[in-house]
Design a protein around this ligand. Sequence first.
Ligand SMILES: Cc1ncc(COP(=O)(O)O)c(C=O)c1O
Length: 399
Amino acid sequence: MSDMRIGVGCLSIGSKERQYLLDVLDSNRLSYGPYSRKFEALFGAQHSCQYAIFCNSGTSALRVAVASLKETDGWEDGDEVIVPAITFVSTANVLLMQGLKPVFVDPDPRTYNIDPSKIEEAISERTRCIVPVHLFGQPCEMDPIMGIAAGRKVRVIEDSCETMFVRYRGRPVGSFGDVSCFSTYVAHLLVTGVGGLACTSDAELAVILRSLINHGRDGIYLSIDDDKEANGEELFQIVARRFRFVRLGYSFRATEMEAALGLAQLERLEEIIRKRQQNAAFLTEHLSRFSEELQLPYCPPHSEHAYMMYPVVLRDRKGSKTDLVNFLEDQGIETRDMLPLINQPVYVQMFGEMSERYPVADWINRCGFYIGCHQELREEELQYIVDAFSRFFQSKARA
Ligand SMILES: Cc1ncc(COP(=O)(O)O)c(C=O)c1O
């Protein structure tokens, strides 16, 4: 076991974060206030969305995104939603919790994102929505996905929990769907501990989303500042309605502390993304000598990659990643599975054995993993990763 420790994510708390957090404490205001408002405005603008609603997780953002469309469009229990066959479990969990049926689609074997050419065949009379998931920092092929959605008149929710600040054909992720959802959980691109954002440019949806994270409260009063500037008849209207609940909602709010952390990092996002892209380029340049064994990330020229993670898949489709993953872990290099879904015990229980129906997902589940390429990694750590891969393949060649 090596002394070196290379994690999949990092936490960089700089002087800005400290300053903003102290400011929050000095302001004596923890609930939705100036930091949350500023964070939302800047984050929304970065993704060309008119409204950004900060809440306590990416999962909560997804949950209210689904609930809001179910409400506006009158979806019924048992209606279907298309999701990729590899993603974090919560993408599909929120659908089931909302009474909807996830319909899985195999990913593209090169980008690992949902394969648009397989979406049409998964669509039925009851399909209401497609949820493309921009995995590992890379946008999905949004043009064909949006084309299918428009042709079939189904909604789109972007699960962009792993991808921020990058563009597909010049347009930012998060700006394509009816609602887009982001996560600021630990090891993500922005880290606020817990946190998430639901973004939209639809004013009606924005009110419903904010109401849903606030127990389903009447849209007239969704923060304690909403009666501050009002007077006369307007104030009396707010007073009459501010404790009214108009839908079944959740308690999904975040605090000014998370917003302060998010804002501080947002102000240096270019540096964060540039460093990740440089680290990924280093890994790709030096690991490509093993390209017979390893499939390294591929980003088409019309897309950008934020490299939340650096995915690696063993090309041998009958193989297994276990030896390589154990070797890397033993060398202090942390790895994670590439978001297996269809083989999770709870999903097998509900949907049965699915590996034959989704051969690409099955291959990625058995042969794929990711390592970190975050902004805190130094060149000697990146070199250490490359050397560890070399040692593994040398020892295999000798065996
Ligand atoms: C693709 C995807 N969707 C949803 C989530 C859920 O985000 P959170 O952990 O903030 O609830 C994650 C989190 O890792 C994710 O990777």
